[in-house]
Design a protein around this ligand. Structure first.
Ligand code: GAF
Length: 396
């Protein structure tokens, strides 16, 4: 049933909305525009901060920026996103030796401010309006799309081009912004895919070397379904830091730099040295890194059956060993797996709410949506997504 799918606004319609709001707020027209996508991770969860592999794709859900230099030393930003903390308009000074930027309120502007503070180049005073179709708190990287979009918007203000700074460096600057200005000790996956993704491809990222490989994802008979549980349990932030610490402790006890350097043999050998929780955290990460490489190969081989099996193994491991799932995500995955034509399904992102990702035959979509909607106790939102393009400047 096609109408169960959420409509994904086009970049053009978001742009139009932002331009109208810019005029209403600043009584002039914007001169530059940029956008950056959210992402869905197909497999490879909680592996990025363990130097492992991840396998995300960029989504057609994006954050759009329009604006212009304002000739002052102030950055003035309005968001059109629903559900952010008030006020939706904020100002802060261009950073200088005298004025270092600090995080504050409203929270949403910290992502913009953090990137301004970490931008590799001169930041002019600017006026800006942003509009987003990436669901907030949905586990599909609304924050990374905000950060990366800010970076590319600043590039556009400065006359576009790469400005001698590589896309990887930009991703790292955005990750730092999130660490320092949002207090979230995230890995590199979300910023990296937002700035490096490509249409019709998933991206296998080695989070140690930051080398990445594009893998085609364009079979007309197979689709990626993102299902938002529309719940967010607020233990996520503290649990994320706890998981990072547990992984670091596990690696230390195993005598390796990071869990990327461990394997199942070493883990079994050293089992007696680890408490049960650390053992299970390490087992998830070691298994998940292997599954991610295998899944990328399965996709290259068009072996969707194997890919789907790896997705389910990933979900079970995140649920039982890493303990970052929740009843809502488990229910969505179980319901999806009951539908004929579904290859695999799993939670995606940090966990404790947000979205699941499901790989299925295109002609199974109507049954899948109907069945999941009926089985899920909450209200899901469905997005049938194609792998989409990276952050970029837009023409007004
Ligand atoms: C969040 C983080 F931001 C990512 O870096 C990653 O660790 C993910 O959770 C879990 O795989 O999205």
């Amino acid at each position: 049933m096609a109408d169960l799918q959420a409509e994904i606004p086009t970049v053009e319609s978001l742009l139009e909305h932002a331009v109208d709001a810019f005029w209403a707020r600043f009584e002039t027209n914007p001169e530059v525009a940029a956008c950056a996508p959210g992402r869905v991770n197909l497999i490879g969860e909680h592996t990025d901060y363990n130097d492992g592999f991840v396998f995300p794709m960029a989504l057609p859900l994006v954050t759009v920026f329009v604006g212009r230099k304002n000739g002052s030393t102030q950055c003035r930003v309005e968001t059109l996103s629903q559900g952010v903390d008030a006020p939706t308009y904020a100002e802060f000074p261009v950073p200088s030796e005298q004025t270092a930027l600090k995080p504050g309120l409203p929270k949403w502007v910290n992502y913009v401010k953090g990137v301004v503070a970490n931008y590799k180049g001169a930041v002019p005073g600017f006026d800006c309006v942003l509009a987003s179709s990436v669901p907030l708190g949905g586990g599909v990287s609304s924050s990374a799309s905000l950060e990366v979009g800010t970076y590319i918007f600043l590039d556009q203000l400065n006359g576009a081009g790469e400005n001698g700074v590589s896309r990887k460096e930009k991703a790292l600057a955005c990750q730092k912004a999130e660490h320092v200005f949002a207090g979230a000790p995230c890995g590199i996956m979300d910023q990296f895919i937002s700035i490096m993704g490509e249409e019709k491809h998933a991206l296998l990222i080695d989070c140690r070397s930051l080398e990445s490989t594009l893998v085609p994802l364009e079979d007309p008979d197979v689709v990626v379904l993102v299902t938002n549980s529309n719940v967010k349990h607020n233990i996520e932030a503290s649990e994320y830091s706890t998981r990072r610490r547990q992984c670091e402790n596990g690696a230390k006890t195993l005598g390796v730099k990071s869990l990327r350097d461990a394997n199942m043999e070493l883990l079994q050998d050293q089992k007696a040295q680890l408490d049960d929780v650390t053992y299970r955290r390490a087992r998830h990460v070691i298994g998940e890194i292997g599954r991610t490489e295998d899944a990328a190969q399965a996709l290259r081989d068009n072996n969707y059956k194997l890919f789907g099996e790896l997705m389910v193994q990933s979900h079970n491991s995140l649920r039982d060993d890493f303990e970052v799932s929740c009843p809502e995500l488990d229910q969505l995955v179980e319901a999806a797996m009951e539908v004929k034509g579904v290859f695999g399904s799993r939670m995606t992102g940090g966990g404790f709410g947000g979205c699941t990702v499901t790989l299925l035959k295109k002609d199974a979509v109507p049954d899948a949506l109907e069945h999941i909607k009926n089985r899920y106790k909450g209200t899901p939102t469905f997005y049938v997504c194609e792998a989409s393009g990276a952050a970029r400047g837009l023409t007004l």
